[in-house]
Structures are given as structure tokens and as C-alpha cells.
Design a protein around this ligand. Structure first.
Ligand code: UD1
Length: 359
């Protein structure tokens, strides 16, 4: 079976890594091709993950880079079409909800290739998020939908997706975490010297939080306030870095430590040892749930409600006093006992590959 995997942006790499690794165990069953769209191209947003996650170098790089949504999506589509025709896969595997996911699903379906969507069915019910549009359309186009949790199955059925296409397999990102946690833990002794003993870990990059100056001012003001109480470690996404420069928002307090984006292993260590994580990422809501680390998500909604009902996650408004209050409440509250959602067990890739072998 010929399988073509699509990766493009940072959160795709950890998902593809575990499935590719599992397929490599069956060399007679799977011939794999890895296509990187180049949506993320900076070394710290891309190359570092290939190395740390043991992902093979991409067979093809479409070198698309940044642009408006229309431009980026169209470029991926145009550059992907000849690659697809050339390789003629039995399956195109797309991951998550980024623009590359949507673009390649659309091209593949129109040319009659079968698409499998990993991390299907998640819904924030907020169509102002670009990712929500990408999820809805990718799911409608896909022939197999691998879901991480029961809520995703319900969303898909409500949208009319046939039951036979949906496979509840668990969370493939947690496979990578389970696989690499021991390595990140053994690296921690070295890394710990560079960080305070207790800290809040922050990642913020959603357009809704960083593209609007007033909202970004609220977030930065909350971080400046809370860091008097406990230091803040903030690896800064390129989009956020650009906006901070544009709006001239440079932190004044040295207890607010702004870093370049980190690799997977360092970031995983920092999550595990954080007193609290403040984020607007999707995957980090899941990783903190698995690790049992308190998490605040600066968004009005989440497509991952299980991280709230079963995990450590709470939503918080991106407003300075709300953020400070929520951080203080989480810091003084007792830590909930670690509880993982069903099938977030490190064996999701195995279940996915089993479905392919029977397809
Ligand atoms: C994308 C995904 C988002 C995901 C995030 C993870 C979409 C719609 N969004 O958002 O779901 O959570 O990736 O990081 O696909 N840039 C660089 N170097 C890079 C990549 C980007 O400097 O390697 C800068 C560019 O100025 C670019 C901006 O970051 O304009 C945003 O990049 P883009 O890929 O468009 O979206 P993200 O915000 O990264």
C-alpha cells in the first residue's frame, strides 16, 4: 500500500512521527512518502522536530512559506497536484487542522485519491477560527476519519458523516509524548539550570490573541503583573514575535523570560515541570491533560472539551485582570489527580495502522 503523508506546520510533525514509525514496522505492507508543504520553514519551527522526533527527511518539500490564507492554500494546492499524480498513493494521510491539511485534502479528493484524516471531528463551533473551517471541510472530504475522543465522533455523525468511516482510535500526539517523555526527563537535569525552580510556562500565537494590539496588550500586562509573584517562561512563536515588534510591546520585567521557539524535548520538559501553563494552542491543552499539569487556555472556546471535563484545562478570557485572577486561582488551588481520557495511552498509531491494514 502506498501512503503519502502531509506535514506542513509545527503541530503536524508529532502526529505524523508516531504513525510513520508504526508503518515502518511493516515494510512489506507500506511504502511511505513524506511531503512537507513548507508552511513552517524556520529551523526552530520545523527542522528541529525532524531530528528530535526521528521523522525521516521529507521526500518532497513544496517550499510554500507564509502568505495570506488564500495565497498559502492555493500555493500548496498547485504545488501538491503534480506530486500526487506522480506518486499515485492508495492513501493520502492528513493531520490536524492547518491550511496544508485542507489544501491537500481538496486536491486529493478532486483527483480521486482516498484521504485519511488524523485528529478528525474536533469542533470549536467558532467559524472565526481558520482552523475550524479547515476541520469542517477536511472531515467532509475524508474517506477515513480517525478521532481522538467520543465528542469528535458525535460531531461527525451530526454533520452526516457515515458511521463506517469513523474510527475512534485515541490521541496520536500522546503516542509521541509517551515515547519521548523518558528522553525529555533525562535531559531535564541539564536544562533545569537555565530556568527558575517554579514558573508559569506561556505560549500564545492565535490570530485572535496576537493580531489585535489591544488584546495583546491585555495579555502582556497580565504576564508583567503575575511575574512579580512567579517567574514566567515564554517561548515566542514567530507570528507573536512579529506582532510584539509591530505594536512595540517589549517586556520590562526580567522575570518575564522571552525565548525563541523551543524544540519538542525541551518544551515537553518545561511543561512537565511548570506550576501552570497558559496557552492558546490546541495540542498543549492535550499534553497538559496527559501530564496532569494545570492549564489555562486563553480562548472563549475549545475544540478539545475533554481536556476540561476530564483534564486540567480551564478557559479564560484574554483580558488582563481575568488572566491574573485565573492564574492566581490555579496556582493556589490543589492539583487535580492525573486522569487520562480513554485511549490516550500511547497506542493510537497501532490502532490506526491496523485500520489501514484491513482497508
Ligand atoms: C499555524 C496554524 C495553527 C497552528 C500553528 C502552530 C493555520 C491556519 N494555522 O498558524 O493552527 O496552531 O501553525 O504553529 O494553518 N512564520 C515564520 N516562520 C515560520 C512560520 C511562520 O516566521 O517558519 C511567521 C510568518 O510571518 C507567518 C506567521 O508566522 O506569516 C504565521 O504563520 P502561518 O503558518 O501562516 O500560521 P501560524 O500562525 O503559524
Amino acid at each position: 500500500m502506498r501512503v503519502l503523508h502531509i506535514v506542513g506546520a509545527r503541530p503536524n510533525f508529532m502526529k505524523a512521527a508516531s504513525i510513520m514509525r508504526e508503518m515502518f514496522r511493516f515494510p512489506r505492507d507500506f511504502h511511505q512518502l513524506l511531503v512537507h508543504t513548507g508552511q513552517h520553514y524556520a529551523p526552530q519551527m520545523s527542522q528541529v522536530f525532524f531530528h528530535e522526533l526521528d521523522l525521516p527527511q521529507p521526500d518532497v518539500n513544496l517550499n510554500v512559506g507564509s502568505g495570506t490564507h488564500a495565497w498559502q492554500t492555493a500555493q500548496v494546492m498547485m504545488r501538491f497536484e503534480p506530486v500526487l499524480n506522480d506518486y499515485q498513493p492508495d492513501w493520502v494521510v492528513v493531520y490536524g487542522d492547518v491550511n496544508s491539511t485542507l489544501a491537500c485534502s481538496l486536491v486529493s479528493t478532486k483527483l480521486g485519491y482516498q484521504v485519511a484524516h488524523v485528529e478528525a471531528g474536533l469542533r470549536s463551533f467558532d467559524r472565526s477560527m481558520p482552523e475550524e473551517i479547515n476541520r469542517i471541510i477536511t472531515d467532509q472530504l475524508s474517506d477515513i476519519l480517525f478521532t481522538p475522543s467520543g465528542d469528535a465522533d458525535k460531531n461527525l455523525k451530526r454533520e452526516g458523516i457515515d458511521d463506517s468511516k469513523i474510527h475512534l482510535v485515541g490521541n496520536v500526539m500522546i503516542d509521541t509524548l509517551v515515547h519521548l517523555l523518558p528522553k525529555s526527563q533525562s535531559n531535564w537535569y541539564q536544562l533545569a539550570n537555565n530556568f527558575p525552580r517554579e514558573y508559569i510556562l506561556v505560549t500564545i500565537h492565535r490570530p485572535a490573541n496576537v493580531d489585535d494590539a489591544a488584546t495583546l496588550v491585555e495579555i502582556m500586562s497580565a504576564l508583567e503583573t503575575i511575574c512579580d509573584q512567579i517567574p514566567v517562561v515564554f517561548p515566542v512563536h514567530p507570528r507573536t514575535r512579529e506582532r510584539l515588534n509591530e505594536f512595540n510591546l517589549q517586556p520590562k520585567n526580567s522575570r518575564l523570560q522571552m525565548l525563541e521557539p523551543l524544540g519538542y524535548l525541551d518544551f515537553l520538559s518545561l511543561q512537565e515541570h511548570a506550576s501552570l501553563v497558559l496557552t492558546d494552542s490546541g495540542g498543549i491543552q492535550e499534553e497538559t491533560t496527559y501530564l496532569g499539569v494545570p492549564c489555562l487556555t486563553a480562548r472563549p472556546n475549545t475544540e478539545r472539551p475533554i481536556t476540561i471535563t476530564m483534564g486540567t484545562n480551564h478557559l479564560v478570557e484574554s483580558e488582563s485582570s481575568a488572566l491574573v485572577q485565573a492564574m492566581q486561582a490555579k496556582l493556589s488551588g490543589s492539583r487535580t489527580k492525573k486522569k487520562s481520557p480513554p485511549l490516550w495511552d500511547g497506542h493510537t498509531a497501532g490502532r490506526i495502522v491496523k485500520v489501514f491494514r484491513q482497508a
